[in-house]
Design a protein around this ligand. Structure first.
Ligand SMILES: *[C@@H]1O[C@H](CO)[C@@H](O)[C@H](O)[C@H]1NC(C)=O
Length: 390
């Protein structure tokens, strides 16, 4: 085969779907594969490990040892895909770019046709989520990402993903995959939103929520079910909670900073303790919710009298706002330093107040959002926290 000339551009018999995306309108170019078939004696072709329309080389003997010309298999060109190792942090509502670049070792003389796939890895055993598939200038986005994502592509082999108007659900791990018909390499980008984790119990009390109800409970508080990474970070920052709660991957855990008797015993080290994965419908626990940093404002309403829950809701509306949700109060406490010693109603009927600088007559000596649980909605002992979006 040595010395044989590579054919220049040939017309393709039929385009193949991007691997793993048989339904995608976009297809990957099989140029490389077709060249390979032309160059190999026919007898070998039938023995090639074809998969999904592509040739995958898994043995060094399949490769013609470097004869210095051509591309791909014949000189063991290696495709390298690079993403940042550090987790990226951003805000709800922001635009963020997940960087991804590729190159060849050694460098290629002429570029190969590329298929780029971005997808989000599942955190709770559901299917991975397609985000974007691109070939050349054509691209297609999927599901919740439609219209919100685009590919930053340039001559320097950048294939970064821009996501606009970040949502709480967007945090997680994304895979950037580069496929050129001969090779298929990928790398991960981890995206986190700035936010705050809080444990949540409904009015009915402790251990009342199955996984699906836990998801609804967090959504009702302007939050989502927290991921393990988010809970772990909260534990590092001092979250200590003795009731087990659901996480996004349907595992059940609780974070303990100070080992103690009623909380797993003294024998166990501090940490995020696990009950392991639990049946989503049959088991009932509390939940850990995650609320993002806010654009709007949470405030204690200056009002001459104490209010019932219904009066509290009306009072916020009269002030051009809404009664605040639990997630909004936590976010204002954490990111805006909201510090107020008066207990106030919240949308779910609980009563709380946020303290950044602990002081006498203002609850325990640690900063936190204090809770009075769910008092009688008719009682007139409390004020109200309102939320005004910007
Ligand atoms: C995000 O990008 C879009 C489109 O370029 C722009 O209209 C919007 O203002 C950006 N949002 C932020 C928060 O920068």
């Amino acid at each position: 085969m040595q010395g044989k000339k590579l054919p220049t551009r040939v017309s393709l018999p039929r385009p193949q779907p991007c691997p793993g995306y048989p339904g995608a309108a976009i297809v990957c170019d099989t140029m490389g594969l077709f060249l390979l078939a032309l160059l190999l004696p026919l007898a070998h072709v039938s023995a090639l490990p074809f998969y999904n329309g592509f040739y995958y080389s898994n043995s060094p003997h399949d490769q013609n040892p470097g004869n210095g010309y051509g591309e791909g298999l014949f000189n063991r060109v290696k495709l390298v895909v690079e993403t940042p190792e550090e987790t990226l942090f951003s805000y709800q509502g922001a635009n963020v770019t997940l960087p991804c670049r590729y190159h060849y070792k050694p460098a290629l003389v002429s570029p190969r046709p590329m298929c780029i796939k971005w997808w989000k890895l599942s955190e709770n055993g559901a299917l991975d989520q397609d985000v974007l598939v691109a070939i050349g200038l054509r691209h297609r986005s999927f599901g919740d990402y439609r219209g919100r994502v685009s590919l930053w592509q340039d001559e320097d082999n950048e294939v970064s993903l821009e996501i606009q108007d970040l949502r709480l659900e967007d945090s997680g791990r994304y895979r950037c995959e580069v496929i050129d018909g001969l090779e298929d390499e990928s790398s991960l980008v981890e995206l986190e939103l700035w936010g705050v984790v809080f444990p949540y119990q409904p009015r009915q009390g402790r251990y009342q929520l199955n996984f699906y109800e836990a998801q609804q409970a967090c959504e009702g508080q302007a939050a989502v079910v927290a991921s393990f990474e988010q809970l772990f970070r909260a534990w590092e920052q001092g979250l200590d909670w003795c009731n087990a709660g659901w996480l996004q991957d349907a595992s059940v855990r609780y974070p303990v900073t100070l080992a103690r008797q009623p909380c797993g015993g003294l024998g166990l080290a501090p940490g995020v303790r696990s009950y392991g994965p639990r049946h989503r419908r049959l088991y009932r626990y509390d939940v850990f919710c995650f609320a993002a940093a806010l654009k709007g404002q949470v405030y204690y309403l200056q009002h001459p009298e104490k209010l019932t829950l219904e009066e509290a809701k009306e009072a916020c509306q009269e002030d051009g706002a809404q009664i605040a949700k639990v997630g909004q109060l936590f976010a204002a406490w954490k990111f805006r330093g909201l510090d107020h010693c008066d207990a106030g109603w919240l949308a779910d009927g609980s009563v709380r107040y946020p303290v950044v600088h602990p002081r006498p007559k203002c609850g325990p000596p640690e900063p936190g959002v204090r809770s009075f649980g769910f008092p009688d909605p008719q009682s007139r002992k409390y004020g109200v926290y309102c939320y005004r979006p910007r």
